[in-house]
Design a protein around this ligand. Structure first.
Ligand code: ATP
Ligand code: MG
Length: 360
C-alpha cells in the first residue's frame, strides 16, 4: 500500500440496530487501518442525528447538517426509523434528505452468497452466485409526485394519485452506470427491469433509453425482463444474472428479495453513490432499525461491514475491500453466525471474529 491517506468519514448510526452495526463496522475498519502500517487511516466524526435527536430537539438533523456533511469523504450510515416517529418524518428528514441533497442517484446493492449460510434457494452451490442490483435512486416511483383529493373524505369519495417521474437524463445515467459496472465483472451482462407492458409512459421511456445505451456497449450482453418475471428469475435462475438495473421501487423490492435469498436482510450491503463525486456518497446496510431486536446484541453486522467494503472500493482501495470480504467469508464459513442466519453468536462475537480473521 502506498496510499498514505486519511479518509474523513461522517458516521451516522441513527436508530435501533443502526447503532450496533455502525459500531461494529467502525471497529473492523479501524482494525484494518491499524494493520496497514499507517498506509491509510480513518478520521471519524460521529453525529447524533436520528429519532432520539428528533424527540429531544424537534429536528432529525441539525439545520446546517448538510453543510457539515459536505466536507467529508463519505458518510457511513446505520439505519433510521423508530415506532414513535412517523416514517415520513424520520426517513424523509434524514436519510432521503441526504440522498437527494447529495445527488446520490445510483444505489448499488450486491447480492452475495456466503459460505456457512443456508439459502432458501435449492441450488447445489449457492456460493457461486453473486449479482448486483443497481437502483435508480433519484426519481421514478419515489419522486413524491401526486396528491390526495380530500373533498370526498369519509364519504367514500377520496381520490389519491401517486405519480412516477422518469427523465431521459435520469434513465441514461443509471443505464451507463450499470453497463460500466458490467464491464468490471466476469459476466458482462445487464438485465433491465420494467413493467412496460402495463405502465406505458415512464417504463417505455426507460426501455427506449436502455436499448439506445446498449448500442454503445456491444461487448455487454443485455436482456429486458418484466419485474414479475424477474422476481421468478431471482428464485429459479439466479445464475443467469450479473447486473440488474431497475427503477427506484422495482429495485427496492428486488434487492430485498435478493438479500432474503442470500440468507438474511442482515447480510445485505449498499452504497448510495454520487458518481460525479461532487458530494459525499453514503454507505449503509440495506436493513432498517429492526426495533424487534435492537439493543440486545443480536444484530448481524455483516451488512454494515459489507457496506464498509463498498466504501473502500469507492476510496480506490479494492485490495482492502477484498480483505474485508475474505474476513466475512472466513467468519461465516467457520459458523460464527448471528441468530438471523441460524447461529447463536452476538454482534460482538461476529465483530471480534471478523477482526481476528483480518489478522489471520
Ligand atoms: P425499514 O422500513 O427501515 O426498511 P423494515 O420495517 O423493513 O425497516 P427492518 O428493520 O429492516 O424492517 O427489519 C426487518 C426484519 O429483519 C426484522 O425482523 C429484523 O429483526 C430483521 N433484521 C433487520 N436487520 C437485521 C440485522 N442486522 N440482523 C438481524 N436481523 C435483522
Ligand atoms: Mg424495509
Amino acid at each position: 500500500m502506498t496510499d498514505n491517506r486519511t479518509f474523513r468519514i461522517a458516521a451516522i448510526p441513527a436508530d435501533g440496530v443502526g447503532r450496533e452495526v455502525v459500531a461494529a463496522g467502525r471497529a473492523v475498519l479501524d482494525a484494518l487501518a491499524a494493520d496497514s502500517g499507517g498506509a491509510f487511516g480513518f478520521d471519524w466524526q460521529e453525529f447524533p442525528w436520528g429519532c432520539d435527536y428528533y424527540q429531544r430537539t424537534g429536528r432529525m438533523i441539525d439545520e446546517d447538517g448538510l453543510v457539515q456533511l459536505k466536507e467529508f469523504d463519505a458518510i457511513y450510515f446505520g439505519a433510521v426509523g423508530w415506532p414513535t416517529v412517523p416514517d415520513h418524518i424520520s426517513l424523509w428528514g434524514l436519510r432521503l434528505k441526504i440522498c437527494q441533497s447529495f445527488d446520490q442517484w445510483a444505489n448499488v446493492r450486491p447480492v452475495h452468497f456466503l459460505p456457512g449460510i443456508t439459502s432458501p434457494l435449492r441450488k447445489a452451490d449457492t456460493t457461486e452466485l453473486d449479482w448486483v442490483v443497481v437502483r435508480e435512486n433519484s426519481e421514478g416511483e419515489y419522486a413524491g409526485l401526486g396528491g390526495r383529493n380530500l373533498a370526498g373524505r369519509g364519504r367514500g369519495g377520496e381520490v389519491a394519485i401517486q405519480s412516477a417521474l422518469f427523465t431521459e437524463v435520469g434513465c441514461e445515467r443509471i443505464m451507463r452506470f450499470a453497463f460500466d459496472l458490467a464491464r468490471t465483472r466476469s459476466r458482462r451482462k445487464v438485465s433491465s427491469v420494467t413493467k412496460s407492458n402495463a405502465q406505458q409512459y415512464g417504463m417505455v421511456l426507460w426501455d427506449d433509453v436502455f436499448h439506445r445505451v446498449a448500442d454503445d456497449y456491444p461487448d455487454v450482453e443485455t436482456e429486458s425482463v418484466l419485474v414479475d418475471a424477474m422476481s421468478a428469475k431471482f428464485v429459479l435462475h439466479p445464475e443467469d444474472l450479473s447486473v440488474v438495473v431497475a427503477s427506484n421501487l422495482n429495485a427496492d423490492i428486488l434487492s430485498d428479495l435478493g438479500s432474503a435469498l442470500a440468507g438474511s436482510l442482515g447480510l445485505a450491503a449498499s452504497a448510495n453513490l454520487n458518481p460525479e463525486r461532487r458530494f459525499p456518497s453514503m454507505f449503509e446496510p440495506v436493513h432498517g432499525s429492526a426495533p424487534d431486536i435492537a439493543g440486545q446484541g443480536l444484530a448481524n453486522p455483516i451488512g454494515a461491514v459489507g457496506s464498509a467494503a463498498l466504501m473502500l472500493e469507492h476510496f480506490g482501495l479494492p485490495e482492502q475491500a477484498a480483505r474485508l470480504y475474505k474476513a466475512i467469508e472466513k467468519t461465516t464459513g467457520a459458523g460464527i453466525l448471528t441468530r438471523d442466519v441460524g447461529g447463536t453468536a452476538s454482534t460482538d462475537n461476529v465483530t471480534k471474529a471478523l477482526i481476528d480473521a483480518l489478522a489471520g
